[in-house]
Design a protein around this ligand. Structure first.
Ligand code: ADP
Ligand code: S3P
Ligand code: MG
Length: 186
């Protein structure tokens, strides 16, 4: 598989709670790739948590940091990149995501809610109606997520390992024939 990808990075997109960070780590291991989580890079670079950044600088400042980090990350190959759920919102980010293969982990809202109900690290979900908030965010973002190269539907009860395996199995379907370049075709 790694030879089929030939260094092309994977970018995981999808809603918060979709498992981008968890599944991304597994995919990096399986591919022998490095792993980068854009939220982690932002937190390390600023010395502040995502929650602190939202509270102290606001979402717009966070989005700018996110684009800056993505721009730097996209210069590299051999990476699996777990992005933040809102990375799809800025058009310029797509030019960076397109450096690699974009994988949408599509998880039903009810599952997202179950996973994140007790979680306080997603500032956008600190809302009186977190379930409704997830629904409205998904409604806004679905057309953007659907521009991914690979759409992976995630079902209740699937483990991160099973999901990573399904991503691995689906990758060949969106790769060009690896011999076509060598033959000068396309
Ligand atoms: N397949 C899964 N089944 C059950 N829980 C999961 C699964 N994938 C992720 N989780 C849990 O859901 C939460 C959100 O996962 P995370 O990887 O941080 O998602 P994201 O990075 O997309 O926001 C974490 O608590 C994680 O352990
Ligand atoms: O959906 C979003 O707008 C966000 C998702 C979070 O990342 P995860 O998708 O990894 O939870 C994080 O970037 C921030 O809280 C904003
Ligand atoms: Mg994450």
């Amino acid at each position: 598989m790694s030879s089929l990808l030939r260094g092309v990075s994977l970018y995981l997109i999808g809603m918060m709670g979709a498992g981008k960070t968890t599944v991304g780590r597994l995919l990096a291991q399986q591919l022998g790739y490095g792993f980068v989580d854009t939220d982690d890079v932002i937190a390390q670079a600023t010395g502040r948590s995502i929650t602190q950044l939202f509270a102290e600088e606001g979402e717009a400042a966070f989005r700018q940091l996110e684009s800056d980090v993505l721009a730097q990350v996209s210069a590299h190959i051999n990476l699996t990149v777990a992005t933040g759920g809102g990375i799809v919102l800025r058009r310029e980010n797509w030019s960076y995501l397109r450096h690699g293969l974009i994988v949408w982990l599509d998880v039903p809202v009810e599952l997202l809610y179950n996973r994140l109900a007790e979680d306080t690290t997603r500032p956008l979900l600190q809302d009186p109606d977190p379930r409704g908030k997830l629904r409205s965010l998904l409604e806004q973002r679905q057309p953007l997520y659907s521009q991914a190269d690979l759409h992976i539907m995630v079902y209740e009860g699937e483990t991160p390992e099973q999901i990573a395996n399904r991503v691995m199995e689906a990758i060949p379907s969106v790769l060009k024939n690896p011999t076509s370049h060598q033959n000068g075709g396309n």
